[in-house]
Ligand binder design. Structure first.
Ligand SMILES: NC(=O)c1ccc[n+]([C@@H]2O[C@H](COP(=O)([O-])OP(=O)(O)OC[C@H]3O[C@@H](n4cnc5c(N)ncnc54)[C@H](O)[C@@H]3O)[C@@H](O)[C@H]2O)c1
Length: 360
């Protein structure tokens, strides 16, 4: 069943296509025969700019799950992908063997509106010769900016502080009340020095950080030279960092790699930040580290599961700041992500190089 939860008022704001559910994307001058057009399923009401690109291409007819508030139910998705040539998805959809089997042999392109690709079974996609588009770079600035905001909110205890101010905890000026940890003269550790890791360090440098250190699968001298960062082992990263930011991809190797072992080596005054994927953290171990004072605080934009249930123990901790996966959530970035995802998909269908294609 198609979702009708999007209110008419909202649709008037965001709709660029008519409300017929199977949309004939031939708004341009060239009106092609429907039968010659590729069939596309879009798993989310993505920002209008992306839909407009599909619509005006004259190349595809697309059907979409007409909501941004609830993900398409799996059963519905498995039905809807049958026979499609391409799929435009977001990170909530698992693109695995079951789904690819349901789609069948016509499926040539999967375009995800995300840089993370842990929701895609790459082996299965490769096996079937399906090309994959994704959206790196356009979101790097937004994610780095949010990571800095989260780091400062956590280390300078902003959420606790506004709560105290609002609820009467604000008494006289006190010498040690709500003290936190500052970036000046600190060592910042980056776990996974990719695009976002570098962008975070670039933004933190003006706060007078003393030293950047990082670890990765191997040294990345070109990127490291941009921020004058030293390559260290995971052990050293844990021991030396005053602030440790996880910026790596979620893979079988990084799953729950931020665990008891890591937290037990960190300084009691250190702050842990994760804007990568919730799966890189062992959450029970993080809870223990935070509640026993093993580390000073944690800021998380990503958790397992998402949404994190409101009765989750991590929500009870004052030294844990949790955001609902909003790192790339700026209007300009989300628009660019949807445009890039749409263009990747169209190029893939034309058997042309995509703007951003994942090498499988
Ligand atoms: N919170 C959000 O909304 C949000 C938004 C965008 C991206 N992300 C996450 O951020 C991640 C990084 O994005 P990016 O554009 O910087 O990607 P990137 O590929 O440029 O960087 C990822 C880095 O992780 C490293 N890495 C991979 N496996 C590792 C391992 N076993 N040990 C150490 N390092 C390892 C890679 O070598 C690479 O340097 C994405 O994979 C995504 O999951 C989250």
């Amino acid at each position: 069943m198609w979702c009708s939860r999007v209110s008419l008022r909202r649709l008037q704001h965001i709709a660029v296509a008519p409300l017929n559910l199977f949309r004939n994307a031939t708004a341009g001058a060239v009106q092609r025969n429907m039968s010659s057009m590729s069939k596309v399923y879009v798993t989310r009401q993505i920002p209008p700019v992306g839909l407009k690109i599909l619509q005006e291409s004259g190349q595809v007819q697309y059907e979409l799950w007409d909501s941004d508030d609830v993900p398409v139910p799996r059963k519905e998705l498995l039905q809807k992908v049958k026979g499609v040539d391409a799929l435009l998805c977001v990170l909530t959809e698992k693109i695995d063997a079951e789904l690819l089997d349901a789609a069948g042999p016509n499926l040539k392109v999967v375009s995800t509106m995300s840089v993370g690709f842990d929701h895609l079974s790459l082996e299965e996609l490769k096996k079937r010769g399906i090309r994959v588009g994704y959206t790196p770079e356009v979101l790097t600035d937004a994610v780095a900016e949010l990571t800095v905001a989260l780091l400062l909110a956590t280390s300078r205890r902003l959420i606790e502080a506004t709560h105290e101010a609002k609820t009467g905890g604000w008494g006289t000026w006190r010498t040690l009340w709500l003290c936190g940890h500052e970036l000046a003269n600190s060592t910042v550790g980056i776990f996974g020095l990719g695009r976002i890791g570098v962008a975070i360090a670039e933004r933190l440098a003006p706060f007078k950080v003393k030293k950047f250190i990082y670890t990765d699968v191997e040294p990345r001298p070109e990127l490291a030279s941009l921020i004058n960062a030293e390559y260290v082992s995971m052990d050293e990263l844990a021991k030396r960092s005053d602030f440790l930011a996880a910026c790596c991809a979620l893979t079988p190797e990084t799953k729950e790699i931020c665990n008891k072992d890591l937290f037990s080596k960190m300084k009691k005054t250190s702050i842990f930040i994760n804007t990568s994927r919730g799966g890189v953290v062992h959450q029970e171990d993080l809870y223990d580290a935070l509640s026993t004072g093993q580390i000073a605080g944690a800021g998380l934009d990503v958790t397992v599961p998402e949404p994190l249930p409101t009765d989750h123990p991590l929500f009870t901790l004052k030294n844990c700041v949790i955001l609902p996966h909003i790192a790339s959530a700026s209007y300009s970035t989300r628009n660019e992500m949807s445009a890039l995802a749409a263009n990747n998909l169209l190029l893939g269908l034309r058997a042309k190089p995509m703007i951003k294609e994942l090498k499988l």
